[in-house]
Design a protein around this ligand. Structure first.
Ligand SMILES: Cc1ncc(COP(=O)(O)O)c(C=O)c1O
Length: 383
């Protein structure tokens, strides 16, 4: 009897069902009416009229798509403007814009390592970094979370090898910041490169939102490269790599997710560029996002819930199980509040959470409503 080659997907679906790990897509209406503490729109810019206007104008001028790889037809003047202004804002020599933060991490990890390189990756790193390490084919050592001493020992044990340490600057699960200053010093003194993923730091940390490398005083250092996404605080879509000009030049020639990918759509470039200019004009937005996060944390832990103190704008609250996290998030949604729900495999430590993002444009009243809702619907064993 012939077997359907995808029968195994039913077994997988049953396994997910049993473990409370089923994921479903829910279309988002343009105006949901929900109080949104789930999106990554940290600065409240994605619907800012200047940003949507710039995106629309870019599409009108350059087209809905980039038309090709950046190296063939897809590199507009807008891409060059964004690269120049982003690099200057974050304090790096040069930048390269790609179609997503995910693609930026794959590009940096594959093009800046060789098969005989040593890659050190923090145990709490984002999935796109994990995938970049795998794709690089370099020997990867997963180092304990936020422990520069473990990085030092590993580098010393492999002295003389070409090495690159990669870390989220702000970890997406718990919102804690990496010890970047110490990591940079360990790497510098041992001739290793440091790659920092600042997806959650750009626009939130550093002077006026210049990012975590700026806050740590390592922006522009010769051995440091950063990746960012344009899809969180800049309210658009896309990613970028920041670093020394010679490294960016190498990536243009060697990074496959740059070379063989259609350039970022002009609308996304135009939107991100306008957000960046807005942030330069209104630096207090970054301070407000951090203040909202601190307030959320204080009120939630004051009510007995467990959450790591946020270093940026991510606030994660522990849930007792994946099922409880899903139920908690669903009940919040039914009560008019949108929160994120993190479960395995998105959480390296296996602990499920509901995840809140602190937006600069939340009012104190909205923060109070959100906290009341979360606390009143908390599972009995959440604290
Ligand atoms: C730490 C981190 N790096 C990279 C990415 C990927 O960025 P993008 O969504 O632009 O692909 C994300 C997005 O969730 C992230 O949280």
């Amino acid at each position: 009897m012939e077997r359907d080659p995808f029968d195994w997907t039913d077994d997988e679906a049953r396994r997910r069902e049993r473990s409370g790990l089923v994921r479903t897509l829910r279309p988002r209406p343009a105006e949901s009416g929900l109080l949104d503490l789930a999106s990554n729109d940290y600065l409240g810019l994605t619907r800012h009229p200047a940003v949507t206007g710039a995106a629309a104008e870019a599409a009108r001028r350059w087209g809905a798509g980039a038309t090709g790889s950046r190296l063939v037809t897809g590199s507009t003047e807008l891409h060059a403007d964004l690269e120049r202004e982003l690099a200057a804002f974050c304090g790096f020599e040069a930048a390269l814009v790609l179609s997503s933060g995910y693609a930026a991490n794959l590009a940096a990890l594959t093009a800046l390592t060789a098969r005989d390189s040593l890659l050190l990756s923090d145990a709490g790193n984002h999935a796109s970094i994990v995938d970049g390490c795998r794709l690089s084919r370099a020997e990867t050592v997963v180092v304990p979370h936020a422990e520069p001493e473990a990085v030092r020992k590993t580098l010393d044990a492999h002295a003389g090898r070409r090495a690159l340490m990669v870390s989220d600057a702000v970890f997406s699960v718990d919102g804690d910041a990496a010890p970047l200053g110490e990591l940079a010093e360990v790497c510098r003194t041992r001739g290793a490169a440091l790659l920092v993923d600042d997806a959650h730091g750009l626009g939130v940390l550093g002077a006026g939102g210049r990012g975590t490398p700026d806050a740590a005083g390592i922006a522009g250092a010769s051995g440091v490269v950063a990746t960012v996404t344009l899809s969180k605080s800049l309210g658009s879509q896309g990613g970028a790599i920041l670093g020394p000009a010679r490294v960016i030049g190498h990536l243009v020639n060697a990074a496959r997710t740059f070379i063989f990918d259609t350039g970022l759509a002009p609308a996304a470039v135009g939107g991100a560029l306008e957000s960046l200019r807005l942030l330069r004009r209104e630096p207090a937005r970054a301070d407000r996002a951090r203040e909202v996060a601190r307030t959320l944390h204080r009120l939630l832990t004051g009510a007995g819930l467990t959450a790591v103190r946020p270093d940026a704008a991510v606030v994660s609250v522990r849930a007792p199980s994946p099922e409880a996290a899903v139920r908690w998030a669903a009940e919040c949604r039914a009560a008019g509040l949108l929160v994120g729900c993190f479960r395995p495999p998105s959480v390296p430590d296996g602990v499920s959470r509901i995840r809140l993002t602190a937006r600069a444009d939340l009012t104190d009243q909205q923060i109070g409503t959100a906290v009341d809702t979360i606390v009143s619907l908390a599972p009995g064993d959440a604290s």
